[in-house]
Design a protein around this ligand. Sequence first.
Ligand code: DAV
Length: 369
Amino acid sequence: MSKTIVNSWNEWDPLKHVILGKADGCCIPAPEPALDAKVPEESDMKGEYGPRTQETVDKANELLDNFEKILTKRGIKVDRPQPINHNQKIETPDWKSETMFGCMPARDVILTVGNEMLEATMSYRCRWFEYLNYRPLIQKYFNEDSNMKHETAPKPRLTDLDYRKDYLSDSIGVQKRLEWTKNKFFVTTEEEPLFDAADILRFGKDLIVQHGFTTNLKGIDWLKRHFQNHRVHAVNFPGDPYPIHIDATFTPITEGIIINNPQRRLPEEQRKLFEKNGWKIIDAAQPAHNSPPPLCYSSVWLSMNVLVLDPKTVCVEKSEVYQAEQIDKLGLEVVPVELRDAYAFGGGLHCSTADVFREGNLKDYFPNQ
Ligand code: DAV
């Protein structure tokens, strides 16, 4: 038997091996239908695209390298992707895109479930080829671990049929957006299965998946059929005008406790699964900032985008003092990690990482369904 390299069933078991993204060559992608729906109307990014400045790349990489050191010191093996040139035109028979995006948020692309690493379909054209940054690592795991499964979801066509034209307007307004997202009228249609890996949280036998801009119901159906030994649950969070990725909205911080964005509460009906099984869903603390850093897609709620190292230890972004205080009061150790100046490259501590190995086996945390 070869060595087990890939094994991770949930978000909180002791982390031993992780992929951490890089900021190299990251581009602000050119306009495209799904992306336009996500960039907030008042954002400083509207209309901008092309490579980010070397100065901001260097700063983000300095912080990411430091994050690597913190993890390594705690005995966690850290692997880094091999960045491809993101600043090049790409195309398929169906579309062209001026640039790609980058390889900082590894979590968006790779979903690890047990011994399997699954490359998500992704839902933006500029991110269609993003898996290539991670292929050297995944190939290595495949070669070294004879039990590891390398899977890739069906590549989507991403034609205009995948996106609702209603979202192309520049002046929808937050009120209308909130109404639409509450009614699950998202930018992506049900043309074909779509999902980003960061819409999925792993709770042993149960996978919790956010239905929103980046993951559609067909994508969730695909996941159900793919993970036949799991129970796959769709959730949605009214109150979020730009619902992409679950990890600034709903975050398990240890077994039994989830922090939920108080502006994006899980609807009553969907809370039952957690409550019936003795899990607590509590409001997350307020973010320490009133606005995101410059040229950043994500909201201030990256405050909740924590990386759990083990059931008693949580990495929290260094400036997020309220979030740190809340986690500390819950009796967990907080490891502060400075990363705010890397947020613009694709997210926070959870986004920038993808699990390779956590101790522990497949367990049923929700026996009462
Ligand atoms: O609140 O902007 C960010 C999630 C990034 N993976 C937000 C969601």
